[in-house]
Design a binder for this molecule. Structure first.
Ligand code: MN
Ligand code: MN
Length: 319
């Protein structure tokens, strides 16, 4: 049972449009807060898009998702899970990047997540572009490679961009495998689609043992069957969940830098998360929400809803 200190503000008590917005209306508990030691799951903003190769704006994601997440209530409509009564969840605030220095930003982020790991806090990070995932893994997977369930239109497995640049949002998982942060044989990537530069990314991934599930296979088999396989690949061992909002069709999630048409709808976007329950999820992220391209705010609301699904899965009773 969660400590009442960590209860989110209810819309019955204060209208949801009022108050300072934190993720899910949770208390703001940065690492120097006296109650930080009691946090079990920390939601973190990573306002940084230094790895973006095309349309920018993901640095504005955390603030927009915080605002949209005030729409989220306490109980999961299908499973009945009440995440905030099961685990002490808090908004840990934002990690300050250095927008003028990519490597310094990576170092700042990695230090933050190393400290979280030492404090035994599971991170749920809101990006930011997908390069954000690399320093998260450098922090939490330093001792033991993790499995990965990855929702995305793209593999993000390229070797490099722009004549040797190794750190972009198209390369985080290549670096993570090279650095021994992920076990490639326990990685599954779901939703791959769109025009390609070439097959260098997929060739590397498949040679390393990564399971690639393209969108044609996703639709042919359906959510339940695909996610049953993803659970088998993750197994009982520690796993990380990385959710790029461009997994979802841009009709439902236009507010992102690298949209690809022909993707899952918002119902399927939520449904895949329900199959994460019972896995040993050590952390998760939701990345690539770009508010300047989110004309209706719908992308940010979908992102907040996916984050609630992930929290509900992480706090679900074990089967
Ligand atoms: Mn991505
Ligand atoms: Mn992507």
């Amino acid at each position: 049972m969660a400590d009442p200190f960590f209860a989110p503000v209810s819309g019955f008590d204060l209208p949801r449009f009022a108050g300072v917005p934190t993720f899910m209306r949770l208390p703001n508990v940065p690492p120097d807060h006296p109650r930080f030691a009691d946090v079990e799951i920390g939601l973190i903003g990573a306002p940084w898009d230094g790895g973006t190769t095309n349309r920018p704006g993901a640095r504005h994601g955390p603030r927009q998702v915080r605002d949209a997440s005030t729409m989220i209530r306490a109980e999961h409509p299908v499973t009945g899970v009440r995440p905030f009564e099961t685990a002490n969840c808090a908004d840990l605030g934002d990690i300050g990047p250095n927008p003028a220095n990519l490597q310094d930003s990576l170092d700042r982020f990695a230090r933050f997540f190393t400290d979280l790991r030492a404090a035994d806090v599971k991170p749920v990070t809101v990006g930011g572009d997908h390069l954000t995932t690399l320093p998260v893994l450098r922090g939490i997977a330093a001792d033991e490679p993790l499995g990965l369930i990855h929702f995305d239109s793209h593999t993000d497995f390229y070797h490099s961009y722009f004549d040797g640049e190794m750190h972009t949002h198209g390369t985080p998982f290549r670096r993570a495998v090279e650095e021994g942060l992920l076990d490639p044989k326990r990685i599954v990537q779901i939703g791959l689609r769109g025009t390609m530069y070439d097959r260098e990314d997929m060739d590397f991934a498949e040679a390393a043992g990564v399971r690639l599930i393209k969108i044609e296979e996703f639709f042919a088999r359906g959510v339940d069957d695909v996610m049953a396989e993803a659970r088998e690949i993750a197994g009982a061992r520690p796993v990380y969940v990385s959710y790029d909002i461009d997994f979802v069709d841009p009709a439902f999630a236009p507010g992102t830098g690298t949209p690809e048409v022909g993707g899952p709808n918002s119902f399927q976007a939520l449904g895949v998360c329900r199959h994460l329950a019972g896995l040993d999820v050590r952390g998760a992220d939701l990345v690539e929400v770009s508010p300047p391209f989110d004309q209706t705010g719908g992308t940010a609301f979908l992102a907040a809803s996916i984050l609630f699904e992930i929290l509900a899965a992480m706090t679900a009773p074990s089967a």
